[in-house]
Design a protein around this ligand. Structure first.
Ligand SMILES: *[C@@H]1O[C@H](CO)[C@@H](O)[C@H](O)[C@H]1NC(C)=O
Ligand SMILES: *[C@@H]1O[C@H](CO)[C@@H](O)[C@H](O)[C@H]1NC(C)=O
Ligand SMILES: *[C@@H]1O[C@H](CO)[C@@H](O)[C@H](O)[C@H]1NC(C)=O
Ligand SMILES: *[C@@H]1O[C@H](CO)[C@@H](O)[C@H](O)[C@H]1NC(C)=O
Ligand SMILES: *[C@@H]1O[C@H](CO)[C@@H](O)[C@H](O)[C@H]1NC(C)=O
Ligand SMILES: *[C@@H]1O[C@H](CO)[C@@H](O)[C@H](O)[C@H]1NC(C)=O
Length: 437
């Protein structure tokens, strides 16, 4: 089927991003910090999301809906075919079929991830799939996914990598259906999309610290993080969502002041002498603890919580604000790299807190699922925009982006992980295969 579509003129697309990058670029320097950049152009937590430019939507594009996958009706593998297999350990293998969309078929690729537009010369990075060591990981089938999600809703809570993930999902799902923008605000960090044919809703909630956070002053980098307080920007709405995919990481490596019980308990990379200096580890742990508590207490009674683990950045030849870059064009083999340093620590804490919360959730009859994407992404130093997230700017140094992921690109594999996890968990939890959740 071929359709000629007018992209809807979406509200709040690029009105707020008129300011040029250069006028907003302020690079923070923290001597003790090795790598903590979440975005190449961010100096401020609360103005960050308004900086990104979004593709022009009002274009005519010929979109081909792909029916060929529709007849693969088996939504769930049969109980017997679900072997125990760790899908998160494996290797990247060539996939000549990929990518499954391009920047001309999908309008939800934001400028900073539209690497091909800004002249990235190589394209091999789009042509890999993940091969678990002990089984196969099927390529995402948008029809199966939407069938499983019929009448349900999914929220992405966390930082801009979570948003990057949802954009990848929209592009992959576009083979089956385009969503309608049903956002309740113009802020593009709080988007809501509706798939009418399936009555499925997807939403992002931007909450890089997962708990309530507040900028101390507009210029400095210090952020107050209230480790035991819910971030109502998402917790107030989370009861509507059947699935909550939570993520977080890089922002905890920044200068911050930790609060508990409304009192300062310490700070990281601050110059205050009257306050205990703490590292992020404790804060990170507590932020996840508080988030799980929020989901379990104010979330949907039978909702499913999914942790999408930390995705490592890949700066080489320098730190992020000292010319560090990511110029590789091929994935690593699993034996060519190792999870270590703060990447390992972030991941370990995530798993510990996940398991801890899962135990409690199980008692309450709630379901937790793990998308342990860290190792797979560690093996993808080639998947970042690097300098191809914008045009080169004269006289302005913009740090390379080795944090976010090009679209199309390796982040599309998260959809493969997600669908497979939903299928396998669905079989495990429902032996008669009737009610999916
Ligand atoms: C599904 O359709 C495609 C093409 O439309 C065909 O090649 C394939 O064999 C079909 N698969 C099944 C399971 O019927
Ligand atoms: C898509 O990428 C091509 C390069 O492959 C570029 O020339 C074009 O401007 C991009 N289009 C959009 C809409 O981003
Ligand atoms: C759509 O799904 C919501 C739950 O997400 C449900 O309340 C509503 O009744 C459904 N609407 C239709 C038309 O099925
Ligand atoms: C620590 O000192 C700073 C000024 O240097 C002050 O603003 C802050 O309130 C003090 N904090 C505490 C907990 O005493
Ligand atoms: C890594 O494993 C591959 C086989 O998968 C092997 O060919 C290669 O030599 C190994 N490399 C290192 C550095 O051990
Ligand atoms: C860039 O810097 C050079 C020398 O510092 C100056 O002559 C030139 O006008 C600047 N260009 C722009 C576009 O600001």
């Amino acid at each position: 089927m071929k359709f000629l579509l007018h992209f809807p003129l979406l509200k709040g697309n690029n009105i707020r991003s008129k300011q040029t990058l250069s006028s907003k670029v302020t690079i923070l320097v923290f001597s003790t910090l090795v790598v903590f950049m979440l975005t190449t152009i961010s100096s401020s937590l609360f103005s960050y999301h308004s900086l990104l430019k979004i593709n022009e939507y009002n274009k005519e594009v010929s979109i081909e809906f792909d029916d060929s996958l529709k007849n693969e009706t088996e939504i769930m593998p049969s109980t017997t075919s679900v072997k125990k297999c760790d899908i998160f350990s494996g290797e990247w293998v060539p996939n000549p079929e990929a990518p499954y969309y391009t920047n001309t078929t999908c309008w939800e690729i934001h400028e900073h991830q539209n690497c091909m537009k800004f002249g990235r010369p190589d394209s091999e990075f789009m042509k890999w799939r993940w091969k678990p060591n002990e089984c196969e990981l099927p390529i995402f089938n948008p029809f199966q996914f939407l069938e499983i999600m019929r009448g349900k809703s999914m929220a992405f809570v966390g930082d801009s990598i979570g948003r990057n993930h949802m954009q990848s999902m929209i592009c992959l799902l576009s083979r089956a259906e385009w969503p309608v923008d049903v956002s309740y605000t113009d802020e593009f960090s709080f988007k809501r999309w509706q798939y009418s044919n399936y009555n499925f809703t997807m939403a992002t909630f931007w909450s890089p610290y997962l708990v309530r956070a507040e900028q101390v002053d507009s210029k400095g980098g210090l952020i107050n993080v209230y480790l035991d307080e819910f971030d109502e920007k998402w917790t107030a709405q989370i009861k509507e969502f059947d699935y909550v995919i939570i993520n977080g990481g890089q922002w905890f490596l920044r200068p911050m002041v930790f609060y508990e019980n409304q009192k300062i308990v310490g700070c990281q990379y601050c110059s205050w002498e009257n306050v205990t200096h703490l590292t992020w580890h404790n804060g990170y742990k507590k932020a996840f603890r508080t988030s799980y508590k929020a989901i379990m207490s104010v979330g949907k009674p039978k909702g499913v919580t999914i942790l999408r683990t930390y995705a490592p950045s890949h700066f080489e030849n320098g730190v992020w604000d000292k010319g560090g870059n990511c110029v590789r064009t091929k994935p690593f083999k699993s034996n060519e790299t190792r999870l270590e340093g703060y990447n390992l620590e972030l991941h370990t804490i995530q798993l510990e807190e996940f398991k801890r919360a899962e135990k409690e959730a199980t008692k309450k009859g709630l379901k937790f699922m793990l998308l342990d994407t860290t190792q797979a992404m560690l093996q993808r130093p080639d998947g970042h925009p690097n300098k191809y997230g914008h045009w080169p700017q004269k006289n302005v140094t913009i740090s390379n982006d080795c944090v976010h992921w090009c679209l199309p690109g390796p982040i599309d594999t998260w959809a493969d992980f997600l669908l497979q996890t939903l299928k396998v968990e669905g079989v495990r939890s429902t032996p008669e295969k009737k009610d999916f959740i």
